[in-house]
Design a protein around this ligand. Structure first.
Ligand code: AMP
Length: 209
């Protein structure tokens, strides 16, 4: 299964990816997570990406295409993968096609902007990649990751003004991907307004698992 998860920032792509990747035993490739790790490690790529990310802008296509190209060549991607947060532009989608990768499905998790703003303001993350929400998906111990015990933090780009900027960018540059994958007969829309569990149910049904 070669799956793309589409949807606005905060739509629930990462949360659903965590569930699907366990169920299907395929890796999730999150360019956002790769970039955050690179920033933490202080690599050249991380330093280059930092200003874009913190301003709520997209990182240049060539950086993203380089990451995807390298990551998808790894052994663990042989039986399939979930792309979370990539592609985010038509140029990235075209580059993935040009790599000869045949995508099976593009799942679009549809959530209204008002819901996104509420969700993102309650999001808490761990450096291990796990993601929580203070109201909808709380950790067992407040402020501590269930998976690895590290302290949870608020992403810098989840601050209110940055979220509005990210939504504007999403509508302008990423939403056109809906038509791109619809034209290929690959787009499946999922109502992401409901609970995590209900959304998972719809996602698994769409995947036939
Ligand atoms: P995410 O965790 O997917 O919300 O990504 C966090 C930030 O990383 C985004 O707001 C962008 O600045 C950057 N980013 C992640 N993936 C991409 C991508 N495919 N194209 C461009 N920028 C990206």
């Amino acid at each position: 299964m070669k799956l793309i998860l589409l949807g606005a920032p905060g739509a629930g792509k990462g949360t659903q990816a965590e569930i699907i990747c366990e169920k299907l035993n395929i890796p999730t490739i999150s360019t956002g997570a790769i970039l955050r790790q690179a920033m933490k490690d202080g690599t050249e790529m991380g330093l280059k990406a930092k200003a874009f990310i913190e301003a709520g802008d997209l990182v240049p296509d060539e950086v993203i295409i380089g990451i995807v190209n390298e990551r998808l060549a790894a052994d663990d991607c042989k039986n399939g993968f979930i792309l979370d947060g990539v592609p985010r532009t038509i140029a990235q989608a075209e580059a993935i096609d040009a790599m000869g990768i045949k995508i099976d499905m593009a799942l679009n998790i549809v959530v209204k902007d008002e819901t996104i703003i509420e969700r993102v303001s309650g999001r808490r993350v761990c450096s291990c990649g796990a993601s929580y929400h203070i109201k909808y998906k709380p950790s067992e111990v407040e402020g501590v990751c269930d998976k690895c015990g590290q302290p949870l933090t608020i992403r810098k780009d989840d601050e209110p003004q940055t979220v509005l900027d990210r939504l504007t960018t999403y509508h302008k540059l990423t939403q056109p991907l809906e038509d791109y994958y619809r034209a290929k007969g690959l787009l499946v829309e999922i109502d992401g307004e409901q609970s995590v569990e209900k959304t998972t149910e719809l996602v698994l049904k769409a995947l036939g698992v």
